[in-house]
Design a protein around this ligand. Structure first.
Ligand code: AR6
Length: 172
């Protein structure tokens, strides 16, 4: 496994990285889950900024400043809503990760933290989502030495266990 990939369990809003990724919805104006936590911690300026972003489609990502967050930027990625698996959900999830990483490179971001996009309210099965997230990040890092650290931030025990196993961190 690429040593630039890290796993932690906790609240993504606390991380002092270059960018944290938000699991947003197409309006980009906030919501529940990690989106709600990020908007609360960043302060009302984030929503004001996002009003001018024009939304994002499922699979797309947009960037904003972090405002009151310790992170410099927030990358707002919109994952797919799980509708049984035959509606391009896997490709859309991959695109949410990939477009976030591309935006990061464009903005000179070297350290980036991802939540488990789509595995909460949007209902994507966690095992399959972890496979896609890890594979997409691993492949991207192979051609992007300028990225120094990618942190997978798990919040619930189940996602932590799944990621620890897949990243081969069984002893932690
Ligand atoms: N830090 C890190 N991870 C978190 C945090 C946190 N503070 N809070 C929750 N999670 P979800 P989705 C985890 O539902 O499935 C919103 O209303 C959570 O345990 O936040 O992509 C948006 O506005 C789960 O593993 O995002 C959209 O409408 C993961 O974050 C919709 O939900 C993602 O769960 C997006 O749904």
């Amino acid at each position: 496994m690429d040593s630039r990939i890290k796993l932690i369990k906790g609240d993504i809003t606390r991380l002092a990285v270059d960018a944290i990724v938000n699991a947003a919805n197409p309006s980009l104006l906030g919501g529940g889950g990690v989106d709600g936590a990020i908007h609360r911690a960043a302060g009302p300026e984030l929503k004001e900024y996002c009003k001018k972003c024009g939304g994002a489609r499922h699979g797309e990502a947009k960037i904003s400043p972090g405002f009151n967050l310790p992170a410099k930027y927030v990358i707002h990625a919109v994952g797919p809503i799980w509708r049984g698996g035959n509606h391009g959900e896997e490709e859309t999830l991959r695109n949410a990760y990939l477009n976030s990483l591309k935006l990061a490179v464009k903005h000179g971001i070297k350290t980036i933290a991802f939540p488990n996009i789509s595995t909460g309210v949007y209902g994507f099965p966690k095992e399959a989502a972890a496979d896609i997230a890890i594979r997409t990040v691993k492949e991207f890092l192979q051609s992007h030495p300028e990225i120094e650290e990618v942190i997978f931030v798990t919040f619930d025990d189940e996602n932590y266990r799944i990621y620890a196993e897949k990243l081969d961190l069984k002893d932690e």
